[in-house]
Every structure is written in structure tokens, then in C-alpha cells.
Design a protein around this ligand. Structure first.
Ligand SMILES: [Zn+2]
Length: 80
């Protein structure tokens, strides 16, 4: 894919797992409501669930952009 405008829905979803959280530099503060903390600056956030209670595809992205460039190629994907 070489067109940057075509991304949104084609983005592979990163599975929510302890291993992936570690890979993306995140701490899990509260698993019951998915409260995350960025290991970089301690930014805390909770991703907004999609309709049906599914995590958004970019749930792992720190609001500060610390891990925005993380390479998710080798990260385990959520099964469809
Ligand atoms: Zn951050």
C-alpha cells in the first residue's frame, strides 16, 4: 500500500494481551475498564470502546504520540 490516504479500516488490529502491552510500552492499570498508562511519560488513558464493546483498532496509541511509530508488523493480531 503506497497511498497514505487509504488506511483506516485496513489497519490490522493489535490484540489486547500482556505481551503486546509490553511491546508497545504500556502498563495496564485497570483491566476491567482498560485503563492504560504509557511507560514513557506516565500518560493515562482509556480507549473509547466501539459499538458492541470492541476495542478501537488503535486502542494502544498513546495520546501523546509516544508509540505512534511503533512497528506493529510482528505483533500478534486480533482474530476477526
Ligand atoms: Zn506516551
Amino acid at each position: 500500500m503506497d497511498n497514505d490516504l487509504e488506511f483506516a479500516d485496513e489497519e490490522p488490529r493489535v490484540k489486547y494481551s500482556p505481551d503486546n502491552l509490553e511491546l508497545l510500552g504500556l502498563n495496564e492499570l485497570d483491566p476491567s475498564r482498560v485503563l492504560l498508562e504509557c511507560q514513557e511519560y506516565g500518560q493515562k488513558w482509556s480507549p473509547n470502546f466501539e459499538e458492541g464493546g470492541r476495542l478501537p483498532s488503535l486502542w494502544w496509541k498513546c495520546p501523546n504520540g509516544c508509540n505512534a511509530d511503533a512497528d506493529t508488523t510482528d505483533i500478534e493480531e486480533d482474530s476477526p
